[in-house]
Design a protein around this ligand. Structure first.
Ligand code: AR6
Length: 201
């Protein structure tokens, strides 16, 4: 199967795949905090922790780019128990404030070596993020590789869960994006998408 991905001057262009007649999956390298489509029906997904008050990695980049209002909005999300605003596998939505994208969907992926069934929890993170997006009329959504940084999830296993779960929402969005931070993880995602999806010419 051929792919539409290209490599120009050491920078990967998009890998584009068809999820359904109305929805494309686009895979690129970059900083998710800078991603947007139209600033009105677009959302980025933040790989957060259960407190939802910021952290390192993509979470840190998103909070820095959004400005302090994002932390204030997160603070107002009710705790379900002490120190937990978003349990592992669930998702919450806030505005994007100074981000170019209109919304942030915060989700908490599993810690690979701590949780007993990380695949089920990672699947829940993707599924609940997509459900919250759908409820809020989001048409364009971008994911990083949830749990693949600090939380230690192996890239290939994570890519299988991510892409197969997104396939189930193929009729609900115009575009689903993966914005991946580094060449190694981008290549793994692209390879997995070629295995599981149809390349768009
Ligand atoms: N844009 C896109 N991807 C990024 C960016 C960025 N700006 N920065 C990092 N990545 P991580 P996790 C990649 O650690 O594993 C935080 O402290 C990164 O290379 O951000 O779910 C939270 O507060 C990796 O491939 O999220 C939590 O405590 C992927 O994003 C914890 O880390 C996810 O890495 C969550 O850990």
């Amino acid at each position: 199967m051929s792919s539409s991905s290209k490599k120009t001057g050491g920078v990967h262009d998009l890998g584009i795949f068809k999820l359904s007649d109305c929805c494309l999956l686009k895979i690129s390298e970059g900083d998710i905090s800078q991603w947007f489509i139209n600033g009105s029906s677009d959302a980025i997904v933040n790989p957060a922790n259960e407190r939802m008050l910021g952290g390192g990695g993509a979470d840190g980049a998103i909070h820095r780019a959004a400005g302090p209002q994002l932390r204030e909005a997160c603070y107002k999300v009710p705790e379900v128990r002490s120190g937990v605003r978003c349990p592992t596998g669930e998702a919450r939505i806030t505005p994007g404030f100074k981000l170019p994208a209109s919304h942030v969907i915060h989700t908490v992926g599993p810690i690979y070596d701590v949780h007993s069934n990380p695949a089920a929890l990672l699947r829940s993170s993707y599924k609940n993020s997509l459900s919250v997006a759908k409820e809020n009329n989001i048409q364009y959504i971008a994911f990083p590789a949830i749990s693949c940084g600090v939380f230690g999830y192996p890239f290939e296993e994570a890519a299988t869960v991510a892409i197969s779960t997104i396939k189930e929402f193929a009729n609900d969005f115009k575009e689903v994006h993966f914005v991946l931070f580094a060449d190694d993880i981008y290549s793994v995602w692209l390879k997995k998408a070629k295995e599981l999806l149809q390349a768009q010419e």
